[in-house]
Design a protein around this ligand. Structure first.
Ligand SMILES: Cc1cc2nc3c(=O)[nH]c(=O)nc-3n(C[C@H](O)[C@H](O)[C@H](O)COP(=O)(O)O)c2cc1C
Length: 173
């Protein structure tokens, strides 16, 4: 289910020591959330468990970022990403997320973990600007071609700044 919460534009600041943790099943349904994650996002455990992780999705996040995230983790690799998340009351918070696959002993993916921490302010400023450009491109091109078009913009930003891929780009900011 999509998140129908209206953003307030108010930002919640994380503390340096906050680590927001969640786990999902292979389809992205939440199976675990730690206390600080619940406190910051404003949801109780029973409101999160079993729900799709897009319950936090902020409407200003470009689709290209989540496309890349899923492509990476379903391919068995870890993903780092700057994400703007929506709280239950419409406030938002920025995180630097590290999402990793979890395997069973036969090497099959049985779920995913996400650990999020407070990003540097200059990185938030940069990704805020970049994401609004990607979002504008997605809106301009329309649903069918949105992800391809904004991914191209994202790739251009990565190479223009001399980075090899999204991971080194994210970690380099
Ligand atoms: C472990 C894990 C953690 C995730 N954390 C977030 C998150 O914090 N915020 C978010 O918007 N999406 C998160 N996602 C991605 C969502 O599953 C979803 O792809 C995204 O919100 C876009 O939603 P949509 O595809 O319905 O547009 C996470 C996915 C996984 C597997």
């Amino acid at each position: 289910m999509k998140n129908a919460t209206t953003p307030t534009g108010r930002e919640v600041m994380l503390d340096e020591h906050d680590f927001l943790v969640s786990k999902t099943d292979p389809k992205g349904r939440i199976t675990y959330a730690n206390r600080i994650f619940m406190r910051i996002s404003g949801y109780r455990e029973e409101e999160l468990l079993g729900r799709q992780h897009n319950i936090l999705r902020h409407p200003e996040m470009p689709r290209a970022v989540f496309h890349l995230l899923w492509e990476t983790i379903e391919g068995g690799r870890e993903c780092f990403a700057y994400v703007k998340n929506l709280c239950k009351n419409g406030d938002h918070y920025w995180v630097l997320a590290n999402v990793t696959p979890d395997y069973d002993r036969n090497g099959k993916i049985i779920g995913y973990f996400s650990v999020r921490r407070k990003p540097r302010r200059d990185a938030v400023d940069y990704f805020n600007r970049l994401y609004s450009e990607l979002l504008a491109e997605e809106r301009r091109t329309g649903s069918r071609d949105a992800i391809a078009a904004s991914t191209k913009l994202l790739e251009r930003a990565i190479t223009q700044q001399g980075f090899e891929n999204y991971e080194t780009f994210v970690l380099g900011h």
